[in-house]
Structures are given as C-alpha cells and as structure tokens.
Design a protein around this ligand. Structure first.
Ligand code: ADP
Length: 518
C-alpha cells in the first residue's frame, strides 16, 4: 500500500501523469522489489518511465546503458526539466570534456544524481569501472537490449560485454532490460547474455490495430506511388528505399509530379538531414523518401502512410518502419511493393558476407518473403513473428488479405505427412530441405541423408514449391511446428503438433493467390 501510494505521487510529481500505461506499475514495483525485470514493449509504449521512476524513488544512482548519444541527451534534458535541477541526471560518453566528466562524477558521488546514462563503450573503460565500483548503484537498466543479439536489427558487439562489467561493479545489482524487439530468438539471447534467465517478463502486445497492411506486386511502381500520394493529398508519409540512389531518384520523380518530397539518407550532410527532419515535422514537406537511416528518434505522431518501395531486409525492420505510421492512434496505411528481383538483389548483396552472417541474413529475409507471398492475414503473421498468438478475426479487415475472398484447401492429409516426416527425422531439417524432399529435388544434403530413397521423395512434385512452403508456414502459424530458437531454421514438432498427429482432424488452410494463378 505504501509503495502504491508513493508510486502514484511520484508519477504525478515527476512526470505529471495521473495513471500508468499498460504494465508500467507492475514493472516498476518489480524493480523496486530488487528483482530482475525484462520488459518487451513496442515503441511508444512508455518504457522510459519503467526505469526513470524507480530510479527517482531508490537510494543511490541507477545506471542506464543506452546505445545512442542523441537518445541519452534527450532523456537527460527531459529529466532535468521535470526534476528542476541539472544534477538529477547525467550522461557519461565520449562527447564530454574532462571538466564535465569531473562534474558528473562529483554529482554522482555526492548522491545527487538519480540516473547516470552510459554508452556501452564508456562502460568498458577501466577508469569508469573503478568509478562505478565506488558509488551506490540502485539498479542497472539496459535500454535497447536487442543490441545484444545478432538476430536483432541493431547488433552492437559492446553490448555483449555488459554482464562481465556489471559483475565487476558489484554483486546482486538488479537489472531491468528493455526492448521493442520481441522475436523469441532475440529474447532468449538477451536473457542468456545478461544472465537473467529468472527475470520476470513483462511483454505487451505488438498489435497496432490502427495500421492497415498491404503488399502489392511491384509493377508500374512510380505510377502506383504517385497515384497513392495524390489520393492521400494533404497527408504526410514516408517512402523507404533500399539504396541512396533510389531515394534520390524517387524524390526527384515525385517533385516532377508536383509532390513536395525530400530525400534523406546517411550520405547527406548533417545539416541537410537536420533541415529535412525539421521540414517534415513542420509539414513544409509532404513526403520523405528515405533509407532506413530515417526514423529512429523521430516522433511525428500523424504520419499517415509508410510505403516500402523495396522489400525490407527483415520483419523486424518492417515492423519498426511501418510502426512510424499512425502513432497518434489515427489512420496509418502501410503499403509495400514486392518483387522476386528485389529478393535476388538482397541475396546477392549478402554473397560477400561471412558465412554465419549470410545464413542469419537469409533466414531473416525468408520471413519477409513468406510474409509478402502469403495470403494469410498479415497481422496474424507479424504477430506470430513476435511470438504472439492472434486470431485473424481480430484484424477487422485491416489488411489486404482479410479484405479479399480466400480459397481454402484440405490440409489434413499432407500436413500429417509433413509433421510425421519432421517427427521421424528428429527435428533436424529446415523447411527448404523438407520441401526439396517432397518435390523430389535432389541436392547434396538430400542425398547425404539418403532422402532421395525416402518413400516421400517426390511425393508432392505436382503441387510445387509454393504449395509446400505455404503448408509448412501455416503449420507454423497454427503452432504445430516452430523454428528451433538455438538452431534457427530447423523445424521442431511442438506439443500441439504431436497432439494433432495422434488425433488428427479436418483442417482447412488458405491457398496462396500466386498458386491459383500458377
Ligand atoms: P518508448 O521508450 O517505449 O518508445 P516512451 O518512454 O518514449 O516510449 O513513451 C512514449 C510516450 O508515452 C511519451 O510521450 C511519454 O511521455 C508517454 N507516456 C509514458 N508513460 C505515460 C503515462 N503513464 N501516461 C501518459 N503518457 C505516458
């Protein structure tokens, strides 16, 4: 009761809010009780308060590890404004002078500083470790914790050192890790790497019910985009392209067509980029054509559409980028254009990368391909990717697939064959291998495992790759099989799948549109 009362008082006093959003209260209570805490919340969910508020209420200083100097600075400025004094929050990073560092350390040591933001690179410096050993640390917050994982979208090798350094700083310091990335693989990497396997998990839903998702074949792309923007006159939007060259080209074409558009990519100088951002926020420009360099930290609540001129490299990226539409809860149209040529291009880009990176990249891309080619509810697929079960009736026709009439097929017979194959072969193969067996495509792994002698080799040749791919994917969406977290790509039969095999029933799956045409 005591904690509860002071929680609300402090929320009101420091942040001026009357109520907590989502799981905030439970998260804050958990960290105040000195328990390791793992927060997975989509962008805009209100993660910052989850560590800022308990830091204000705890004895000592909370260390916040954050990857971007700009993000740190923003938060420190805000806290100082709320707290009414500068010493309440500081950051320690490479942008500070010697004099400033001395001041920061003095404020922290005297107990005035409640939050100390540290870049992972600064955390590893010997002098900082010594300093942090000398102070009272209330808890450690690891912001953007997905940077730990190569399977996330912003891998930062220094993040991998955090645990070792925390061990040097003190014993039993509670950790709160926060991220907006929710794939099961990234989650498991974070827990293992930060050695917080027992941490209490708080995971919010990633469903953005106001966003409309659509994938179109990439044909007459410029015409389609111009038409779309004209139909949405007076609204602002972002168009993402993969290359800087394409960004420039599309921005130019739009201007020729009378649409106020500006390019944005990392090749432009800092001033131009800052001006472009300002113009976008002030609505002096209708459309930003950008690479993925545009977006992080840009909080424009009324972006009405996000167009992907090229397919994104990962579902993660797709979710983050489309997530910039409709942050105010209003309309947000997410349109992406898909072509096999783009897929080939992305695969070609990966050719020169080290093998492990290429394998990870290919697996991640495969999810985007399946998503784009599938006729299943887009929202269901996105949420499944983030480990969330979603019944497509909840989509409310807010995706193209839910707006078109679907054709179904009887999946029972073939599904049993696939599930049995996975079971009998001991969960050792990925979908590509299984498809090769079913369509009778011989290659090195198929013959190495003597699957060219298997009774099912070539069993489903006439149905084609697309059919088997879609069958397996829908088996995944139904939770009969899942991708093995530690050997990403290998398909594992789940308890649900086992139950289905011992007690099968009639099941209808959705026929992919492309298959109908084929
Ligand atoms: P995230 O880090 O998860 O992207 P932020 O911490 O930046 O989210 O919060 C997103 C927005 O929600 C901010 O504008 C913040 O002020 C607001 N917010 C956070 N908590 C509350 C609350 N309890 N009540 C009202 N607004 C809140």
């Amino acid at each position: 009761m005591e904690i509860e009362k002071s929680l609300y008082d402090n929320l009101q006093e420091f942040f001026g809010f009357d109520a907590f959003k989502g799981d905030q209260e439970a998260i804050i209570t958990n960290i105040l009780n000195k328990k390791d805490t793992f927060v997975i919340m989509p962008t805009g969910g209100g993660k910052s308060i989850c560590y800022q508020l308990p830091a204000m209420m705890s004895a000592g200083t909370a260390i916040v590890i954050s990857p971007l100097i700009a993000l740190m600075k923003n938060q420190v400025d805000q806290l100082r404004a709320f707290g009414g004094r500068d010493s309440i929050a500081h950051f320690l990073n490479s942008s500070l002078t010697k004099g400033e560092i001395t001041r920061v350390k003095a404020d922290v040591s005297s107990g005035q500083t409640k939050l100390l933001y540290v870049a992972p690179e600064s955390l590893t410096k010997e002098e900082n470790i010594l300093f942090l050993q000398s102070i009272q640390v209330s808890f450690v917050a690891v912001d953007e914790a997905h940077c730990i994982s190569e399977w996330g979208h912003d891998f930062r090798p220094e993040y991998r050192k955090i645990r070792t350094i925390l061990n040097e700083i003190g014993d039993n310091i509670p950790i709160i890790a926060l991220t907006a990335t929710a794939t099961p693989k990234v989650q498991s990497d974070i827990r293992k790497n930060l050695q917080m396997t027992d941490a209490t998990l708080f995971k919010s839903s990633f469903n953005r019910s106001n966003l409309y998702y659509e994938v179109r074949p990439k044909k007459n792309i410029v015409k389609e985009i111009v038409k779309f923007i004209r139909n949405n006159a007076g609204k602002t939007g972002i168009i993402y392209c993969l290359s800087r060259k394409k960004v420039e080209e599309i921005a130019e074409v739009l201007n020729i067509n009378g649409i106020k558009a500006l390019p944005y990519h990392a090749g432009l100088d800092a001033k131009t980029r800052a001006d472009t951002q300002d113009k976008f926020l002030m609505e002096d420009v209708q459309v930003i054509v950008a690479t993925i360099a545009f977006g992080m930290g840009i909080d424009k609540p009324d972006v009405r559409y996000v167009i992907h001129h090229d397919i994104p490299k990962s579902m993660e990226g797709y979710y983050q980028e489309t997530g910039r539409a409709g942050r105010d809860g209003g309309e947000g149209y997410c349109l992406s254009f898909y072509s096999k040529k783009d897929v080939d291009k992305l695969i070609k880009f990966m050719k020169d990368k080290p093998v492990s990176e290429r394998e990870i990249g290919t697996q991640i891309l495969k999810e985007v391909i399946d998503y784009s080619e599938s006729s299943v509810c887009r929202r269901k697929q996105i949420l499944h990717y983030f480990g969330e079960k979603f019944d497509e009736t909840g989509c409310n026709s807010m995706c193209d697939n839910c707006r078109t009439t679907k054709t179904y097929f009887d999946a029972e017979g073939d599904l049993i064959k696939v599930l049995n194959f996975i079971k009998e072969e001991g969960d050792r193969f990925d979908d590509q291998h299984i498809i090769n067996v079913f369509i009778g495509q011989n290659n090195q792994p198929v013959s190495a495992y003597k699957h060219d002698d298997h009774v099912l080799f070539g069993y489903g040749k006439d149905k084609g790759v697309n059919y088997w791919n879609s069958l397996i994917r829908q088996g995944e969406l139904a939770d009969f099989v899942k991708k093995d977290i530690d050997h990403y790509g290998l398909l594992v039969l789940t308890d649900e799948g086992r139950k289905y095999l011992s007690n099968p029933y009639n099941l209808k799956f959705i026929l992919n549109k492309e298959m109908e045409a084929a």
